[in-house]
Design a protein. Structure first.
Length: 507
């Protein structure tokens, strides 16, 4: 997110493309906007503008409605397709106001008449930028909500986790029971919450109970409730979790540990959707979807007569099996980075990077405690971090049981970069300079001996390169799928891959 800029240079760090076949007018607009900090580029034809839109990212695009080689509306449509995040302002003469209104219906943010003064120009562009920031904020909020409550909170790009996500998406809207199986710490509760939050019951209660948390009598009381006088000390009415979850979802964690006597009562409730409080013969109608989870092999428990077969089949209309973390090691870097960001945000610290040495150690470790163990370790590392890099020293500080062997800390500075690609060395020094100067690009650019705009473009290219790499990795190298994820055409993505010097992708 861009930081607030001084009032006299509100456009600092924002890129504007001006498409107009009247060169003098385009240059006047460019100078007026650059005076308040915008970084501007000019294209004197529709085709030249389209080439720039396909090759580079812009925050605002100003286009004349009357271009010599194509219609401004055509350029607008292609700009919306190639760069849906950008705000488009159309420039028109008085006689074209009707067409300008049509352009706004096509997605233009506003229109500007050529007879307008430069103050009006800056105001209209400023309003477009405000809308840009608002839309980006809304998208960021949606991402945060999805990450917390949606399927996106279940993290993993591995084939095993993609299969889990596919089953979750298929079953979430259907009012059927789901049995979630997996080792302790694999995220069974998170999966249950994600299913609930993506179901028609999402605005109703989500109630959870651990079936190993108490003795049989207390668990009976927690499940079904009681009436006053039903036993010694029962001096007032108590609702059970089925009543609390009425209309919503009940999550029965570690269902494999439920005593056999209570299994019979649970089966009856699932069949009739009626609850009897302890000490009462009056049925209470409930409407509850049941999700359950266990780390045990329930088929073996059924064979050993430790779990009712009829209840087992009632609970497992659909089964979701969560893989152990050691069975999806390719997800460990993604999870580690996610947890580092989560805890840095929670603690009000800058988001740290995870060093290569630490990432190798995390990837090689067996993770008997699965994702929960990784999350706890990352929390400790973020707490101990003082330099913005989670290195071997932070791992040793957080690893109180001495489980990890990372060797010596990786060499820093020039010696540690010997033999690395030149682009990687350049990025290292630029990022270190920015880090030392608190992110001040102007000061960093002077120290590096480059222009501030050059530095901005370099950083922008890095971000674009990282986005494209991430999309290609998530799509398994499928160029078409990556293009759809990025909102680009395959041809445009191919050009960007070549321009950034990334490895060619198939698909």
């Amino acid at each position: 997110m861009k930081t607030a800029q001084p009032a006299d240079r509100p456009g600092e760090g924002l890129r504007v493309l001006i498409v107009d076949d009247e060169a003098a007018f385009a240059e006047t607009v460019k100078e007026a906007l650059e005076r308040v900090g915008y970084e501007c580029q000019v294209a004197n034809s529709g085709k030249a503008g389209l080439r720039k839109i396909e090759a580079e990212d812009f925050d605002v695009i100003l286009t004349d409605l009357r271009l010599g080689d194509m219609s401004g509306l055509e350029l607008l449509r292609k700009a919306r397709q190639e760069q849906p995040d950008a705000e488009v302002v159309v420039v028109t003469g008085h006689s074209d106001v009707k067409t300008a209104v049509e352009a706004m219906q096509e997605g233009a943010a506003n229109y500007l008449t050529k007879s307008g003064n430069l103050s009006e120009l800056r105001t209209i562009v400023s309003k477009a930028v405000e809308r840009l920031h608002l839309n980006r904020g809304i998208r960021q909020l949606r991402r945060q909500i999805d990450e917390k409550f949606g399927f996106e909170g279940v993290i993993g790009d591995s084939p095993r986790m993609q299969e889990v996500l596919a089953r979750m998406k298929a079953v979430a809207p259907l009012d059927v029971s789901v049995l979630i199986q997996g080792e302790t710490g694999t995220g069974k509760e998170l999966v249950a919450k994600a299913i609930h939050n993506n179901s028609p019951r999402k605005n109703k209660p989500f109630v959870e109970i651990n079936c190993t948390a108490s003795n049989e009598n207390l668990l009976d009381d927690l499940l079904f409730g009681h009436v006053p006088g039903s036993y010694t000390g029962a001096d007032k009415l108590r609702k059970g979790v089925f009543e609390e979850a009425n209309g919503g979802t009940l999550f029965l964690d570690e269902i494999g540990d439920m005593p056999l006597n209570l299994q019979s009562k649970l089966l009856k409730v699932l069949e009739d959707q009626k609850v009897f409080r302890i000490g009462s013969n009056d049925p209470i109608q409930v409407n509850v979807r049941v999700l359950s989870a266990t780390h045990k092999d329930l088929e073996a428990a059924v064979a050993a007569r430790e779990f009712r077969q009829d209840l087992y089949y009632r609970l497992k209309v659909v089964t979701i099996k969560l893989p152990a973390l050691r069975e999806r090691r390719e997800d460990i870097p993604l999870l580690a980075t996610h947890f580092a960001r989560e805890f840095a945000t929670a603690f009000g610290k800058p988001v740290p990077k995870v060093s290569d040495a630490v990432m190798r150690a995390l990837t090689d470790y067996r993770w008997e405690g699965n994702v929960r163990e990784l999350r706890n370790l990352m929390q400790g590392m973020v707490v101990m971090d003082t330099d913005g890099v989670l290195g071997p020293d932070d791992l040793r500080a957080a690893d109180t049981e001495g489980k990890f062997q990372t060797g010596q800390p990786a060499a820093a500075g020039p010696d540690g970069l010997v033999g690395r690609p030149l682009a990687e060395v350049e990025r290292y020094y630029i990022e270190k300079t920015l880090e030392q100067k608190g992110g001040n690009r102007e000061v960093a650019a002077k120290l590096l001996g480059i222009g501030e705009r050059t530095l901005y473009r370099v950083i922008r290219d890095w971000k674009l390169q990282d986005r494209i790499k991430g999309a290609l990795e998530a799509a398994g190298g499928d160029l078409g799928a990556a293009a759809r994820q990025l909102g680009l055409s395959p041809a445009t993505l191919t050009r960007k891959v070549k321009k950034l010097g990334l490895p060619a992708a198939g698909g």
